[in-house]
Each structure stands twice: as C-alpha cells, then as structure tokens.
Design a protein around this ligand. Structure first.
Ligand code: UDP
Length: 235
C-alpha cells in the first residue's frame, strides 16, 4: 500500500447529496462504507470535514454579519457534520474519535496531536472538527495543517469532479485532466485546487494532494491501493 496514513478532506457540500442544504443520510452512509473498507484493510484514516452545507462565514459576512461571528458559526457547522459522520461510521462498526479545534468537551475530545496519532495507530478513525479553530481560515487549511501534524502520507481531497482539469470540466467540454501536476504548475496555470493558504502550506511541507471523485463507489479504495484515478499534485 503506497499510503499508510491518509488525511481525507470532505467538503460540507459533499454531504448534501442532491439536497440544497444539510446532510443527506444516504450520502453519509455511502461515505461510511467507503471509509470502513479502507480502514479494514489497514490504512490509518484521519478526516477533516467542511461545514459549507450548513454555514459559510463569508456568506454570512456578505449579508451584513460580522465575519468572525460568521466564521464561528462555520466552525460549529463542521462539528455538526463531524458528529453526523462519526455516528454513520459507528453504525458500521468503525471505531472513531471526534477531536475539536475549539473547546466543546461534552461533545468532542479536544485536539491533542499525540492522542490523535495514538488513535490512528489503534485503527480508529479520527475526525477533526472545528477547522483550525481560527476565523479567516478554511477547512482546506485545517486539512493540510492536521495532515502535516499527524505526519499523514497524503491528503486526499474528495470532490465532485475526478481530478484537476485544464479548465472547469463542468463548463468547458474541451477540458482535459491531469494525471499528475506539480505545485508550481498549478500556481503558474492559475488552477483551483484549494485556497492559496492551504495550497502553499501543502507545497512548503511537501505534502502531496490527490484530488479525486469521492462519489464513485470504490474510488477511495483504489487510491489507497495506489491506482492513479484522480490527479496527484506533487513537487
Ligand atoms: N471556518 C473557520 N476556520 C477554519 C475552518 C472553517 O472560520 O479553520 C469556517 C468558515 O466560516 C468557513 C466555514 O467554517 O466558511 C465552513 O468551512 P469551509 O467553507 O472550509 O467548508 P467546506 O467548503 O469544505 O464545506
């Protein structure tokens, strides 16, 4: 197996399924099954989950809300999603721990790096909620930060599209997919993989990113088994 320890980044929107808002239980169950399969064959799995399906700080700010207040709501949204994912995984018999970047001790463990690593070694899935715990950041930044901290081999960014394209494949029919691309080339071509803060943090720490379609059954397993079905961003 090329990757022993992975950090899976799931966006909040992915949890909506075909809904306009909130959490689709069917989608959650499918994700839990995909994750269970890779855990069972020995991969250590940490997850950072977004909150965009419930609240986005910037959207609140654009409607006149204080940005920091909105971001706090966004962080809480990621904890709601984390709880939902935790319960879907535990329904399938997967041991999980939810660790939060903000104090919410009755609900989730605080983020403690060594403890998170210990959970992973024991085969538990660790879900990181609360983003980075700071406003003005995204859960992509949280994903890269946690991945580096726990010494993950790779960050797997599950999206709706199956990789990085020359242009947006949902708008441009002539767009072609990259199998691999360097960090520098992504920046040079102005391609959108993650926000700049997250992307640069990944580049500086030489943490590869794999962008793949999480909604296709078996894809997560294929990636941890070394199949190149998405796009790998590397040095
Ligand atoms: N957020 C934050 N700090 C963080 C991570 C998230 O303030 O470290 C807030 C921010 O308001 C963001 C929201 O939480 O808009 C949801 O996160 P994100 O937009 O990254 O979720 P996704 O797009 O993955 O669903």
């Amino acid at each position: 197996m090329p990757y022993k320890r992975i950090l899976l980044k799931l966006s909040g929107e992915a949890l909506m399924g075909d809904q306009q808002y909130g959490i689709d239980p069917g989608r959650l169950e499918t994700y839990a099954e995909e994750i269970k399969a890779v855990v069972n064959q020995g991969t250590e799995v940490a997850i950072v989950i977004g909150g965009g399906n419930i609240f986005r700080g910037v959207a609140g700010a654009s409607r006149g809300m204080d940005r920091v207040q909105g971001d706090h709501m966004g962080m809480l949204a990621t904890i709601i999603n984390g709880l939902a994912l935790q319960s879907a995984l535990e329904d399938k018999g997967v041991d999980t721990r939810l660790q939060s970047a903000i104090k919410i001790n009755e609900v989730a463990e605080p983020f403690i790096r060594r403890r998170a690593m210990r959970h992973l070694e024991k085969g538990r899935v660790v879900i990181f909620g609360g983003g980075t715990g700071n406003p003005y950041f995204t859960t992509d930044s949280a994903a890269v930060l946690r991945a580096i901290e726990i010494e993950a081999d790779v960050i797997l960014k599950g999206t709706r599209v199956d990789g990085i394209y020359t242009s947006d494949p949902e708008k441009d029919k002539t767009a072609t997919k990259f199998d691999t691309i360097s960090f520098a080339e992504v920046l040079r071509k102005g391609l959108k993989v993650m926000d700049t803060t997250a992307f640069t943090l990944s580049q500086e720490n030489e943490l590869p990113i794999v962008v793949f379609d999480m909604n296709k059954k078996g894809n997560l397993m294929k990636i941890v088994s070394g199949e190149n079905i998405g796009t790998v961003v590397n040095l």
